[in-house]
Ligand binder design. Structure first.
Ligand SMILES: [Zn+2]
Length: 81
């Protein structure tokens, strides 16, 4: 079972591996990266459609943009701090 927590679709959809772009079996719950993982390594592919995202890394984090599913900012993943 995929636990999608509150991650935005481009990183939390769980349909594609965000680091390899490979379509994954939805039964494999390990495909959804944790916020901690994303803090260390920005996603490269949209988790919902597998498109390669535009990724910009900056000293304080990163943003990644899927042309269809929008932009995710690493700051958005840290809102509970
Ligand atoms: Zn997408």
């Amino acid at each position: 079972m995929v636990m999608v927590h509150d991650l935005p679709a481009p990183v939390g959809a769980g349909l594609y591996n965000v680091y390899t772009g490979v379509q994954v079996d939805a039964a494999d719950g390990s495909v959804v990266p944790t916020a901690a993982q994303l803090g260390l390594e920005p996603p490269r592919f949209c988790a919902e459609c597998g498109r390669r995202m535009i990724v910009q890394v900056r000293p304080t984090g990163w943003w990644a943009k899927c042309s269809r599913h929008g932009q995710v900012d690493s700051l958005d993943l840290d809102t509970r701090r």
